[in-house]
Design a protein around this ligand. Structure first.
Ligand SMILES: [Zn+2]
Length: 423
């Protein structure tokens, strides 16, 4: 059959406008804070099944995830947290494509700050609600693609997988499980809210803890003790100096416009018990960012070296070296090239539907795309409607027009990437 025209794809999406809005409102209304994704995932699975897809719903297990726990984080529970893959089997030999994203959300922080209910409400062109932009809008967009293809009478040659996962906000449990189930699509598009840019790079991050030992004494005789807070100050100053040095010397074309490419943030400090006691211990915890091209191992090594170099210049610290540890979820930094066929295909599909160029884009935060790129041969990018800066905020919303446009783009992409079957 001939390729559907741009206008016919747009018309097919437009015809389902109300249904798309209703489906997003429905999914937003199902609570799915990380750890409690069961009900939302059942809705996704049932919808895909009733649309004629072959549905595979699977739980993650502690044993299977154990080797990857530094990447996906500790889990509150493994119960009733299914991941879902709906397969629209291709009728030929061609490349396969996976589209989808995470159904979990962060909790509502402060309900009083919400002007509209976090359970969802349509206001003009905006769909308000928790997860409307991050990223139930993207999940709905992916779910709609098989329907639009059906409306157009298109049978794809390659397989199309619609993926809905759990645990992304915590590190990526569902995506890791999907990978471990053996899926290896020829392309993955995660429909995170990227303002419809093509997200090709995810920044990495490490969470560190530095413990400094001092010597206790009565505050009235403080010179007989060693204050752990004072001993931490040069370490802290050196972390900031390191951040500034890296900012000036480490370059990446997609990141150089960021005011701070790799923030080093000390987020908590604990020291001392009593105003008139010299504290003998300080624990500082923080997060350190890095870029694609820099390995997690090298960043850990450099952190150790930086702290050790400060300690060497100090009589006390050289005798009592500070301890540097890494804990909690560690995010590798990954990217695929701007000229990769998948990046180019998404850029082209966007141009075809919207009539305007979009751009390849880099994120300072980590996304599930990193897991595909790091652990598999499958290239992965991000592309979706929605405003990333509204994620994890009160009054989060998505907009109807960009959402509809993203569905048309994803449909165009599926046709271009998977090809059309002869019969
Ligand atoms: Zn997200």
């Amino acid at each position: 059959m001939p390729e559907p025209t741009t206008a016919s794809i747009q018309a097919a999406v437009e015809a389902r406008r109300d249904e798309i809005v209703q489906m997003l409102l429905h999914l937003v209304a199902i609570p799915s804070v990380t750890g409690n994704e069961g009900d939302a995932q059942r809705f996704v699975a049932e919808t895909l099944r009733s649309d004629g897809l072959e549905v595979h719903s699977f739980l993650s297990s502690e044993e299977e995830i154990a080797p990857y726990v530094t990447h996906v984080g500790e889990q509150p529970s493994f119960d009733d947290r299914p991941s879902v893959v709906g397969t629209l089997k291709g009728r030929g030999e061609s490349k396969s494509l996976m589209i989808g994203g995470h159904v979990d959300t962060v909790p509502v922080e402060d309900r009083a700050r919400w002007e509209y209910p976090p359970e969802g409400q349509l206001v003009g062109d905006r769909i308000y609600g928790l997860g409307a932009t991050d990223m139930k809008g993207g999940v709905v967009a992916a779910m709609m693609v098989p329907r639009i293809l059906h409306d157009l009478g298109v049978h794809l040659a390659g397989d199309l997988f619609i993926n809905s996962v759990t645990g992304e906000e915590d590190g990526g449990l569902g995506t890791m499980s999907t990978i471990l189930q053996g899926y290896h699509p020829d392309g993955v598009v995660i429909t995170e809210p990227t303002y419809q840019r093509v997200g090709v790079a995810s920044g990495g991050s490490l969470v560190f803890r530095i413990t400094v030992t001092g010597k206790a004494a009565h505050g009235g005789n403080r010179n007989q003790g060693v204050n752990a807070i004072e001993k931490f100050i040069p370490i802290f100053q050196d972390l900031l100096a390191w951040e500034a040095e890296r900012q000036a010397t480490v370059h990446h074309p997609l990141y150089d416009h960021y005011e701070n490419k790799f923030p080093i943030n000390v987020g908590s400090i604990r020291a001392g018990e009593w105003a008139s006691t010299v504290p003998d211990k300080l624990t500082a915890e923080g997060r350190l960012g890095f870029l694609p091209g820099e390995s997690m191992e090298s960043m850990m090594e450099q952190t150790h070296q930086r702290v050790a170099a400060v300690a060497e210049k100090d009589d006390w610290l050289s005798e009592h070296p500070p301890v540097v540890e890494f804990f909690s979820g560690q995010f590798v930094a990954e990217e695929i090239p701007v000229d990769h066929p998948l990046t180019q295909a998404v850029l082209a599909a966007h141009k075809d539907i919207s009539g305007e160029e979009t751009e390849a884009w880099a994120l300072t935060a980590g996304t599930d795309a990193r897991l595909w790129i790091h652990f598999t041969e499958s290239p992965a990018v991000l592309y979706g409607a929605g405003l990333l800066h509204l994620a994890h905020q009160s009054n989060e919303y998505n907009e109807v027009e960009p959402l509809l446009e993203s569905i048309a783009v994803l449909t165009r992409l599926a046709i271009d990437w998977c090809g059309i079957a002869d019969s």
